[in-house]
Design a protein around this ligand. Structure first.
Ligand SMILES: NC(=O)c1ccc[n+]([C@@H]2O[C@H](COP(=O)([O-])OP(=O)(O)OC[C@H]3O[C@@H](n4cnc5c(N)ncnc54)[C@H](OP(=O)(O)O)[C@@H]3O)[C@@H](O)[C@H]2O)c1
Length: 328
């Protein structure tokens, strides 16, 4: 059966944490999906082939962000593109310009250039609150979509991931305006929730370390954790948000995607209620400042989200099921 108009889409980074859930939700909403992965034969992408409707409606393409032709081959024939692929390292990398900034920025521009060439008009880009929150003086009110991270401040803080996302998003906006692409960006905060893929992604690792009593730097045996305020969104709610902005004709501009604001200590208290026996951090150090952001614009478009406890419990259950955590 031929796909309906607007229903053939490309998802870059299909095998990643966000990409996998987005592909799953698109398939269950009767989309035909062209998913890009770096290696379709790699077992790490095996979960995609097992998704419901994947055998009929998912086609995987081998593509690298820095290989224009490979991206173009996946995008041709699509009505829209969801661009999620970008490096998200769990810790610092030796050469951030090459490993982070180039693939994020040039990769995003390659996607947009291919869209121009093959006449795809609508692109939904997964940016980040990292492209919003690195500013010299945070206001007293929650951050909204009018804020942009200061690229010089990112550089001087060695905040290379934030720089990669800020530069990629701002250059993408410029390119899209000049070339008549309908571009929408969604800026999630920390993404949590169950993993479909078997390899641990950077944001899931944050929660896993909390359950194992590690501090964020990854050193084993530390018992103290900064009691920072975390802004969390569930990966499944993010996937819904991406589809919502793609489908709603009135969607425009940037959308912050966040659901819950919580301190690390409270997060541990919730987890302890369900899983009392993991090796949680025992002391909390009070941090300076806090991050606050609002998703009011996305909620006005019709987005809603699940309770935090559901996200946390489903996350832990997925780590147990994959053998990452022992049973509690
Ligand atoms: N997780 C969060 O808390 C969070 C928060 C805000 C925004 N985001 C954004 O969400 C998006 C998805 O992140 P994620 O959490 O799902 O991380 P992830 O699981 O690490 O996924 C990243 C994806 O990007 C792909 N990728 C990286 N470099 C590539 C390259 N040179 N060519 C082709 N593909 C490349 C990876 O492919 P391989 O599998 O081959 O490595 C992977 O599929 C990213 O744009 C990230 O910046 C994430």
């Amino acid at each position: 059966m031929a796909a309906q108009k607007g229903k053939i889409v490309c998802v870059t980074g299909a095998g990643g944490f966000v990409g996998s859930w987005l592909v799953k939700h698109l398939l269950s909403n009767n989309y035909t999906v062209h998913g890009t992965v770096r290696n379709p034969m790699d077992e790490k992408n095996g979960h995609l082939k097992k998704l419901e409707k994947a055998s009929e409606n998912l086609k995987l393409f081998k593509a690298d962000l820095l290989d224009y032709e490979s991206l173009r081959a996946a995008i041709v024939g699509c009505d829209g593109v969801f661009h999620t692929a970008s490096p998200v390292p769990p810790s610092s990398v030796p050469d951030p310009e090459v490993e982070l900034i180039k693939p994020a920025v040039d990769g995003t521009l390659n996607v947009l250039k291919a869209c121009c060439e093959v006449d795809v008009k609508k692109v939904v880009y997964v940016s980040s609150v990292a492209a919003i929150s690195v500013i010299p003086n945070r206001p007293d009110r929650p951050l909204d979509e009018t804020f942009w991270s200061d690229q010089e401040l990112c550089r001087s803080n060695n905040d290379w991931y934030c720089l990669s996302k800020t530069k990629a998003e701002s250059e993408a906006w410029e390119f899209s305006k000049t070339n008549g692409i309908e571009f929408l960006s969604v800026c999630p905060t920390l993404i949590s929730g169950p993993m479909l893929q078997n390899t641990i992604n950077a944001s899931s690792l944050i929660l896993i370390k909390l359950l194992r009593g590690f501090i964020s730097l990854g050193a084993e045996g530390y018992e103290e954790l900064e009691n920072r305020s975390r802004l969390i969104v569930d990966v499944r709610d993010l996937a819904d948000a991406l589809i919502l902005v793609y489908e709603k004709p009135e969607a425009n501009g940037r959308y912050i995607c966040t659901s819950h604001e919580i301190r690390s200590k409270e997060l541990v208290e919730i987890l302890k209620k369900y899983y009392p026996n993991y090796n949680y951090p025992k002391k909390f150090i009070e941090p300076k400042g806090k991050l606050s952001a609002t998703s009011q614009k996305l909620r006005e478009l019709g987005w809603s989200y699940r309770p935090l406890e559901e996200t946390l419990v489903d996350s832990v259950e997925s780590y147990i099921e994959k053998g990452i955590l022992g049973k509690n």
